[in-house]
Design a binder for this molecule. Structure first.
Ligand SMILES: *Cc1c(COP(=O)(O)O)cnc(C)c1O
Length: 441
């Protein structure tokens, strides 16, 4: 499969180049040249397939012959080695739980798949490549866990000191091996600025080749299709015609759902639910794309004003606004509504939402009010324990702490503290030795 730059359809690269580069040199996002079509028989018989088989069937055309079949199957199996259960929450409303992976959020799926692909492509490289990421919490944890012990790959994570939760910090700093955390005395924006500067630094790149594990990478975006099919497999017998409500920030997750529909998954409708960072709900109302500034909210992984993946959604719909509007509704909700629904759902259904899933649930309820004959699945994108600190006080103690989290609290933190200054970080990167460097060669 070839991928073209959304800034220039003439510029095409292989899957390997798209994964290794992340973004085209003209800063365009990569997009598959053709939309493959799944066999009708596969969808008909989907209940007979394992999750791993579904994943392989869904992704194989997007990879083509660039990864041998047995290797690709192995990568998919390592990506989908945890369950994706569906729980009924209230009338016609089901939660698709995406938080049973190692770092308790759906980003594990994309990060693990990308790690497998990059590890494969780098298998004969002489020098290790360094994945450099800035994180405000969730992404760095998923990337660290996904790339842990992948040969030929070293990972450096920049995170803002004292601005991630205790749990997130443990996830970023306790792995060791080929993972190194830099604790930056500054903000997330400082971390991002430093990472961007590093990618442009020829001297640093010569010493330590860098790559990004950014969420726009096709190897993080496309595997997110897997769980839409896995949800369909579980729902099909009773509810063949479902709507998906997706709590959205950068719009990668919902865009993967739309790609799943484009290759053949039956989906009645998509709901893009946002917090008060409502650029897309406003766009769907007015047809005008006017990103403001990001505002902090309870669902902080969705505090995005200018969602990078939205251009891929426009591409999928051929920039045809009426067709997009017929397939997707978009609503925004504030923190008060989010907290209130978390309390109400706990009280009435004994189901604990996290703030992101709560926004997805609210989106679904709004749509159900318009079309009561439909059945909906909302994506529960993170385990509520990840956002325990900001959960409404009167339900906070009811949040269950999984055992794998308990053991994390006991682990030792290891980070290098650096000033929010590019030259300081550069010097650290030039001299960084990984403690377990035999893993990386
Ligand atoms: C990243 C994230 C989102 C937003 O997903 P996008 O693909 O950026 O729209 C939602 N919920 C959680 C918990 C996240 O970590």
């Amino acid at each position: 499969m070839q991928y073209y730059s959304l800034h220039n359809p003439e510029y095409k690269v292989s899957f390997e180049t798209a994964v290794t580069e992340g973004m085209a040199p003209d800063k365009g996002l990569y997009f598959p040249e053709t939309i493959p079509q799944l066999d009708a028989a596969f969808l008909e018989n989907i209940h007979q397939y394992s999750d791993q088989e579904i994943g392989y069937q869904v992704i194989k055309a997007f990879v083509g012959d660039e990864i041998p079949e047995d290797k690709l199957r192995e990568i998919v199996a390592a990506t989908l080695h945890f369950p994706f259960p569906i729980q009924k929450v209230s009338r016609a409303s089901y939660a698709l739980e995406l938080f049973h992976g190692p770092t308790l959020a759906f980003k594990d799926v994309g990060a693990r798949f990308m790690a497998g692909c990059l590890g494969h492509f780098r298998r004969n490289a002489k020098k290790p490549v360094t994945v450099l990421v800035a994180t405000s919490g969730d992404t760095g944890a998923a990337v660290a866990s996904g790339f842990y012990n992948v040969p030929g790959v070293e990972v450096v994570i920049l995170y803002p000191s004292r601005m991630v939760s205790t749990l997130q910090e443990k996830q970023l700093t306790s792995l060791g091996g080929n993972i190194q955390a830099l604790e930056v005395l500054g903000t997330f924006d400082d971390c991002q600025r430093i990472v961007k500067t590093a990618f442009l630094d020829q001297e640093l790149q010569a010493k330590r080749p860098l790559t990004s594990a950014n969420s726009i990478n096709v190897a993080r975006w496309l595997p997110q299709m897997f769980y839409y099919f896995i949800a369909y497999k579980q729902m099909k017998a009773a509810h063949p015609n479902i709507v998906f409500s997706v709590p959205s920030g950068n719009f990668g997750n919902i865009c993967a759902g739309m790609m799943a529909a484009a290759i053949g998954l039956p989906v009645a409708h998509f709901i893009a639910a946002t917090n008060v960072n409502d650029t897309i709900p406003r766009f769907m109302q007015s047809g005008k794309y006017e990103p403001g500034r990001a505002v902090p909210t309870l669902s902080n992984a969705m505090d995005v004003a200018d969602p990078s993946n939205f251009v891929r959604i426009l591409e999928l719909y051929g920039k045809n606004f009426p067709q997009l509007a017929a397939s997707m509704s978009s609503y925004s909700f504030n923190d008060k509504e989010t907290a209130r629904v978390m309390e109400r759902v706990w009280k009435e259904s004994h189901y604990m939402l996290d703030p992101h899933g709560a926004v997805g649930y609210l989106g679904l309820q709004k749509y159900l009010a318009e079309d009561p004959d439909i059945t909906g699945v909302f994506l529960e994108t993170a385990h509520p324990v990840k956002f325990e600190d900001t959960a409404p006080k009167n339900i906070r103690d009811d949040i269950h702490t999984p055992s794998k989290v308990m053991s994390l609290y006991g682990k030792e933190k290891s980070s290098i503290v650096v000033a929010a200054d590019y030259q300081v970080v550069k010097k650290t990167l030039m001299h960084l030795e990984f403690r377990n460097s035999e893993l990386s060669h």
